[in-house]
Every structure is written in structure tokens, then in C-alpha cells.
Design a protein around this ligand. Structure first.
Ligand code: URA
Length: 227
């Protein structure tokens, strides 16, 4: 993993960002995602490979306790196990793309919540429409699932809703595929205990607040709803 390098945010904030190691495999999968001509099937396939790494990196941040187990050789192994249930909260619709990856990766107590936030295409302002969260959400480690972090408006709304439902910021890990620097700064400054795991950080936003160079509209490409 590497730390996000941005002089605009404090070093404490930088410690809260995990950017996946930029090896050739990850870079090739990201290239597939970013390429204009990639088919929906190839897009979903590449996303699944990267999402697996992101979810693994996020679960690495979840709390553990020491545990001793007996191996088949009769020896003791000093290991760890995760102590809290995990709840994946998808920001709909794009965030739901992570759900099956989380189900495959985590075999401990797992629940899912949904938050529907619509971004106005013209103003980019988020409107909260609906949420459905598990009752015991306050006692879980929360993985906020949202592949794109542009201005940070939608995820900020979702975090506020989670806080109102009793989740403390310390227990939230934002799992993200691609972020714009501006969005990272905004979200980390606004939520000083939030942690973020991402695969790449792009420099710019377009006039319509799309990430640049980016990969276009994630939801349209993942669900095949492009014109
Ligand atoms: N959401 C997307 O799908 N793409 C962007 O570039 C920004 C937000």
C-alpha cells in the first residue's frame, strides 16, 4: 500500500488514506476500466479483480483480537480473528457493485445496508431519497461502498445518515475505486476519523464534476445502461 501524497492535507489525514500498491497487474486492470471501448462484461470483470483487493485492504483495517489455534501438527499458532461484525453500506446504485465481492471475501457476521442518494446532473448537489440500515449497525465495522469519489457530496450525505443511525466515524471505512483529489480533501477534512481505501487518485474534475482522466459514469458502464 502507499499513502496518498497531497501537500494540501495534513499528515494525520494522509495516514487515513490507503491507495493500493500501483503494480502492473492493478494498473492493467485500471487501464481496462478506463478505456472508452471496454465492453460491459470486460468492465465488470476488471472491476471484480480490483474490488477484491480493495475489500481485502479495507478488512485489514478492521479490529482484531489475538487468538491461539491448534494446527493439525499439534502445535499452537498465535493468530488473530476479527472481533466485530461487518456491515457493507452501498450508496446506490453504483455502490451495490461491491456487494458480491464483500460476500465472497468475508465469512464472518455480515450485513448490508443501502442508502439512495441522487446527484443532480446539473448542480452535482446530492439529494437523500431512501435508506435501509440494519438495526444493530452501531456495533459493526462499516464499509461504505461507493466506487467514485468526485466532489464528495454523496458520500458526505451518506456518512451523516450513518452517524444519525448511531455509527461512529472511527468505525467507518470508505471503500472506493477511483477518487479525485478534491473529493479526498473535502471528505477527510469534514470527517476527521474516517478512513479511505482507494485504487487510484486522479488530479482533476471536469466542468460537469466527472473525475478526469477518470472512467466515465461508473453505474452506466457497470450496469450496461450507456446510450
Ligand atoms: N460518478 C461517476 O460515475 N463518474 C465520475 O466521474 C464521477 C462520479
Amino acid at each position: 500500500m502507499t499513502e496518498f501524497d497531497n501537500g494540501d492535507i495534513s499528515s494525520t489525514s494522509q495516514q487515513r488514506v490507503t491507495v493500493l500498491q500501483q503494480g502492473n497487474y492493478l494498473r492493467s486492470q485500471m487501464t481496462t476500466l478506463r478505456a472508452f471501448e471496454t465492453t460491459t462484461a470486460a468492465f465488470c470483470n476488471a472491476f471484480e479483480h480490483i474490488a477484491t483487493q480493495l475489500i481485502t485492504a479495507a478488512l485489514d483495517l478492521a479490529p482484531t483480537e489475538d487468538v491461539d489455534v491448534l494446527t493439525p501438527t499439534g502445535r499452537t499458532f498465535h493468530g488473530v480473528r476479527q472481533v466485530k461484525p461487518v456491515c457493507g453500506v452501498s450508496i446506490l446504485r453504483a455502490g451495490a457493485s461491491f456487494e458480491h465481492v464483500l460476500r465472497k471475501a468475508y465469512d464472518g457476521p455480515l450485513s448490508f445496508g443501502k442508502v439512495l442518494i441522487q446527484r443532480d446532473e446539473k448542480t452535482s448537489l446530492p439529494t437523500y431519497l431512501y435508506s435501509n440500515l440494519p438495526k444493530n449497525i452501531g456495533s459493526s465495522t462499516i464499509l461504505i461502498l461507493e466506487p467514485m469519489l468526485a466532489t464528495g457530496g454523496s458520500v458526505s450525505k451518506a456518512i451523516e445518515i450513518l452517524k444519525e443511525a448511531g455509527v461512529s466515524e472511527e468505525n467507518m471505512i470508505f471503500v472506493n475505486l477511483l477518487a479525485a483529489k478534491k473529493g479526498v480533501d473535502t471528505v477527510l477534512m469534514r470527517f476527521p476519523s474516517l478512513r479511505l481505501v482507494t485504487a487510484a487518485v486522479d488530479d482533476e474534475l471536469t466542468a460537469s464534476n466527472h473525475i478526469a482522466p477518470g472512467l466515465g459514469d461508473f453505474g452506466d458502464r457497470f450496469y450496461g445502461t450507456t446510450d
